[in-house]
Ligand binder design. Sequence first.
Ligand code: ARG
Length: 589
Amino acid sequence: MTDLRRLLSQALSSALDAACPDHPVAAPTVGPCQDPRFGDYQSNAAILAAAALKRPPRELAEAVVGALKAESLCAKVEVAGPGFINFHLLPFRIAALLSEMADDPCCGIPPAEKPKRIVVDFSSPNTAKAMHVGHIRSTFLGDALARIARAVGHEVITDNHLGDWGTQFGMLIHGYRRFLDREAEKKDPVTEFERLYRLVSAQAEAEASTREAARRELAALHAGDPENLRIWKEIADLSFTEFEKTYRRLGVRFDHHLGESFYNPQLPGVVEELCRLGIAEESEGAVCIFFRNDPALKDVAPMIVRKKDGAFLYATTDLATVRHRVREWKAEEMLYVTDARQQLHFKQVFSAAARWAAAPGNTLLPSLDARPPALRHIVFGTILGADKKPIKTRTGNPIKLTDLLDEAESRALGMIEERNPELTPSARPAAARAIGIGAVKYADLSQNRNLDYVFDWKKLLALQGNTAPYLIYAYVRIRSIFRQDGAAEAATEALETTSVLSHETELALAKKLIQFGDAVHSVLDDCRPHLLANYLYDLATRFSRFYEACPVLKAPEPERAARLFLCGLTARTLRRGLDLLGIETIEEM
Ligand code: ARG
């Protein structure tokens, strides 16, 4: 598929060279115009070059446009405002790009210039606790980012870093031995484990003997006591089976589930090496990493990698995890998708890992000349209730993810039955699942991840506005056109390169369609799936405008074929785009 932005950028680069040979703009960026009245694509390259050279920007922009050779792509190129260069595409070029896109198995998504091997670390719930709304954003964001990175050709490894070796096991094992209700465990293991945990922690707060008992159980587990290991494994396995049900329901897939326990045997070696390399040191009986030379971290407490009593920590495990992913998986980049409360943890881990990778004789990198991995923390804000506080159940507990998904599906079912009583009963559950779960996912993914947002059933299930039901409905509506006689065949014919896109709404839709690849790529600049969501919403809105203004099946040829073609490509793009966000489409609703 022709990479239009690259062609424009190349043309611009040559023009810059010709107009002012001493300019420093290596690869001029060209992006879609925010306001379509000004053009289709825009660049600020002349402004940047002028600033660097201390020349008047508009004058330089005019000179660049004068030297620009883009007649084969653009009907018109003009200078606007302080020196922006605006490109207006030739309509037949747009038509040609649409035909290419229709033939492209990748839906017009150009491959990444430098494919990388990326690990996405997301979801990562803790054993013996139900997944709750706190895991929503990590799970949805991580899954969407993994799908999108794969779609542009990166090699993606998804890893669920389960919290399966934490201090909670002292209390859990103690509770299991004393108070386990076998029947309850069989029926709903995680709820039973939560009950045990609450029970024991309440007791531990009241009495020292319980605290001591839990501590001993944990120490025995860490020392490899066979019975404690058996109990641990039972709890971990049963919890995992529950998590798996939720992942299946959500359509989320992991390549690995290497939880904290997997790294446990490596931790003594990691700490020993960090000490030997001078990265960690003893301090008051513990082993710590100080960040004396890191301006961002030098004033906070050091990071402990081994406690006084010999126990290892979350941070130690994360360092071992970095090494495993680099050495065994050849990871070049890692994305850690967690909430903002772990910001300091990851800053410290990343800083320590960078020093580790730079130390001669380290075992983090597979070879001397290997490059250290790029480590990125993908943070996100909080989901709020109607009261603008972190969302809770009426009794003040965190909302369980399964309960939330159940409610989403049943609300969606109600909506479907009300809207379309004719829908065959057998099609309803699948539709309710796609719409209900899609709506919850989309409400999350359509928000800038750094912001908090208010969870509101009415809004997220609305058929109007920037919601999954609106987008899915747009898709369904197009698909229904193709169930009419003769429509399907017409749409598969490639669009004639002679311009048949004459109506203003057709052109607006067409121009949006050819930006799909850009929208997908833009997500990865800063791991922001909402940019793709915004794109899809805009696409669906433009489709509506077109569909209201232009008859399709009743139009004369060649308009009819061209419009059916636009419909078909819009449906396909919506479907692919939603799929990249992890959202299913349906054929009827
Ligand atoms: N289990 C952790 C939690 O629930 C998240 C783990 C994130 N990943 C990591 N490599 N530390 O908060």
